[in-house]
Design a protein around this ligand. Structure first.
Ligand SMILES: C[S@@+](CC[C@H](N)C(=O)[O-])C[C@H]1O[C@@H](n2cnc3c(N)ncnc32)[C@H](O)[C@@H]1O
Length: 207
């Protein structure tokens, strides 16, 4: 599964790669991303949204980090979490997210930075399919944690190759050891159900 590509694309998806390669991939993929992911049975955004809903305060402000075309924002909306901003490093993915008209604000971000996000600005940061092999590197989790006040929540997915890789859990385990976050929920289930790929949905609380 680690080397699998989408048929119209000439690259493996779930391997680590440079920022420029990542941007190039999502620029080329943006137009067909929603169809591809829907056909593949993309379940992680729904699973994150449903898990978050059980721990969420009333009417939380949410940042959809790596919002892509907005499938993750759509899933949040569908469980009643509707106060959402989104950011992504791909202008091509963002231009599709804009057409959904469900985000209050959307902006193009710089990889590895959240400089225009204030500490405590968001109650929840979501990263569906973002902090994973083939997208943002493991240390991205720490940058997200830095922006939350105590009791803030993070909802994210690690797909199976990302869990197998180990480097993403190494960062998470260090954050737990440092007492910066606690795991409220972690469960393996379908990520791309039509491709028999799973993911761990993880809900973290900022301590
Ligand atoms: C698999 S898509 C997920 C998009 C959306 N969250 C969803 O669930 O459909 C991964 C997204 O992460 C974005 N991305 C990759 N590296 C990033 C980074 N360092 N910071 C923010 N976004 C990043 C990509 O541009 C892409 O839109």
């Amino acid at each position: 599964m680690n080397k699998e590509s989408y048929p119209h694309m000439k690259f493996p998806l779930w391997v680590s790669r440079s920022v420029d390669e990542t941007k190039d991939i999502y620029a080329k993929w943006a137009a067909s991303y929603d169809v591809d992911l829907t056909q593949a049975g993309y379940e992680s955004p729904r699973r994150i949204a449903e898990a978050l809903k059980t721990f969420s305060p009333l009417e939380p402000s949410i940042l959809d980090f790596g919002c892509g075309t907005g499938l993750s924002g759509q899933a949040l909306y569908e469980v009643g979490l509707t106060k959402i901003d989104g950011m992504d490093i791909s202008s091509e993915m963002l231009s599709i997210a804009k057409t959904r008209k469900l985000y209050n604000k959307l902006w193009l971000s710089t990889p590895g930075e959240m400089t225009n996000v204030e500490l405590g600005q968001y109650d929840i940061i979501v990263a569906a399919g973002v902090v994973s092999l083939g997208a943002a590197p493991p240390e991205t989790l720490s940058i997200m944690i830095d922006k939350l006040n105590p009791n803030g929540l993070i909802g994210l997915s690690y797909n199976d190759p990302t869990v197998e890789d180990g480097s993403y859990d190494k960062v998470l385990n260090e954050e737990i050891r440092l007492g910066r976050v606690a795991v409220l929920f972690r469960e393996n289930g379908p990520h791309l159900s039509q491709k028999d790929m799973g993911s761990d949905i993880i809900i973290l609380k900022r301590l």
